[in-house]
Design a protein around this ligand. Structure first.
Ligand code: NAD
Ligand code: USQ
Length: 401
């Protein structure tokens, strides 16, 4: 298949591009390298020494003999170039990773709230409009998030895959309807993904676009079978307070002897997936698109569910790291139940990588190997959800710098 990977220089997009190329697909990356620019703005670098995209692509050609194309384009602001790219390339499938994806960054300031909405919603809408205008019949797989459902809304009832069957009272008795699961975002970033869902529903209904929305959990791990082939192909590992996600942060903290930064009680329960499974899920999704006229197909791209405190204790038991309970900078429930349906990916052949398989390898091969690259002053999460909230930066003097 000819595949266009939007956001193909990022944490999920890079290993996905390599995986698809390795599997024989003809891959082109489109990315404006904004994620690298945000690292410069935040004065932080990936824990792993990622190379420039041109070095990465050269290394991949040397290692695999295969070429991946690259177009530097801002999807939110360069509509005409996007339409021309679709017209020229005529991809069979498009994978859309290209959004600002950190909840803390999206809550950092007025500027980052506005940037996140402008960037994410416009990128998605430009893409949908350009598909209709050019008549390019590509299927689209978009990376959504488990966070669109919110946490604790339905107690211990399993979260369905996108749609909920409800009973509506009418004068003639109850009727059953399937509706998009109510949106309950917990940050400006998560809110943009709920807006994306409405755009997808409309364009699938009105224009027959073939869209899959992958409601992905928190991705952990770093390397895949392809990125491990050469150090120049290494994947990004974010550890800072804005972009670092919880499990990878705990692994890095254990490696440098920093207390594990549990927000609040640690009773928050979240869904997880290893990066090796992310890349497989994407190929499964683009190989099984919906038909024109179908509503967007929603798959929950998750393999495991864990309470944060259990994760912290597991890593603490393996490494001796201390657990620190910090004031929670976010507005979120202290505790929640979470049961997630992921039947569709399992039925399509996904064999999940479990925490017990990947955890130790991640600590020794990545976190310990690159721990000299950590800037400890970037670890604590400083973005707060509302002005005046206490942050754990207030405890900085008590934590190792
Ligand atoms: P990332 O920030 O590492 O990668 C996103 C890429 O998109 C970057 O390379 C960035 O430069 C590019 N980009 C952003 N805006 C762009 C624009 N306007 N034009 C062109 N390129 C643009 O993020 P990631 O962790 O790889 O996440 C990829 C997608 O998966 C995101 O949409 C995210 O919401 C979703 N997701 C990520 C996770 C996770 O844990 N990382 C979990 C669930 C869902
Ligand atoms: N948390 C800690 N300690 C930390 C960091 C985070 O306790 O040091 C807590 C947070 O308060 C939150 C939970 O861990 O309760 C998850 O935070 P996170 O930063 O790991 O994940 P989140 O903000 O939800 O965002 C990440 C990705 C995002 C993706 C989402 C999937 O950045 O792109 O959409 O995971 S999901 O969470 O399923 O919505």
């Amino acid at each position: 298949m000819r595949v266009l990977v939007l956001g193909g220089d990022g944490f999920c997009g890079w290993p996905t591009s390599l995986y698809l190329s390795d599997r024989g697909h003809d891959v082109t990356i489109a990315d404006n390298l904004s994620r690298r620019k945000i690292d410069v703005e935040l004065e932080v670098e990936s824990l792993t020494p990622i190379r420039s995209l041109s070095d990465r692509l050269r290394a991949w050609k040397e290692v695999s003999g295969r070429e991946i194309g690259f177009v530097n384009i801002d999807l939110a602001n360069e509509y005409d170039r996007l339409a021309a790219l679709l017209q020229d390339l005529r991809p069979d499938a498009i994978v859309h990773f290209a959004e600002q994806r950190a909840a803390p960054y999206s809550m950092r300031s007025e500027k980052t709230k506005r940037y996140t909405v402008d960037n994410n919603v416009r990128a998605t809408h430009n893409l949908l409009t350009a598909l209709v205008a050019t008549g390019v019949d590509a299927s689209l797989a978009h990376l959504g998030t488990m966070g669109v459902y919110g946490y604790g809304w339905s107690g211990s009832a399993p979260i369905p895959e996108g749609y909920l069957t409800v009973k509506v009272p009418t004068p003639d008795g109850e009727i059953e309807r399937e509706i998009l699961h109510p949106a309950n975002p917990g940050s400006v970033y998560h809110m943009t993904k709920t807006l994306d869902q409405l755009l997808f529903s409309f364009y699938a209904k009105n224009d027959g676009l073939r869209i899959t929305d992958l409601h992905q959990g928190i991705v952990w791990g770093t390397q895949t079978q392809q990125t491990i082939k050469d150090e120049r192909l290494i994947n990004r590992f974010d550890y800072d307070g804005d972009y670092g996600t919880v499990l990878n942060r705990f692994l890095m903290q254990a490696a440098i002897g920093h207390p594990l930064t549990v927000h609040g009680t640690g009773g928050q329960t979240r869904a997880f997936i290893h990066i090796r499974d992310t890349v497989r899920c994407i190929e499964i999704a683009i190989s099984n698109p919906p038909k024109s006229g179908d509503q967007p197909k929603v798959l929950n791209q998750v393999t495991e569910v864990h309470r944060l405190l259990d994760l912290a204790k597991l890593i603490s038991d393996k490494t001796g790291a201390e657990v620190a309970y910090l004031p929670n900078p976010r507005r979120e429930a202290d505790e929640n139940d979470l049961v997630v349906r992921n039947d569709q990916f399992l039925a399509l052949g996904l064999q999940p990588t479990t925490l017990s398989e990947g955890l130790l390898e991640e600590i020794t091969d990545i976190a310990a190997k690159y721990k000299h690259r950590v800037n400890p002053s970037k670890i604590i999460a400083r973005s707060v959800w509302r002005a005046g909230m206490e942050t754990s930066a207030d405890l900085m003097t008590e934590l190792p710098q």
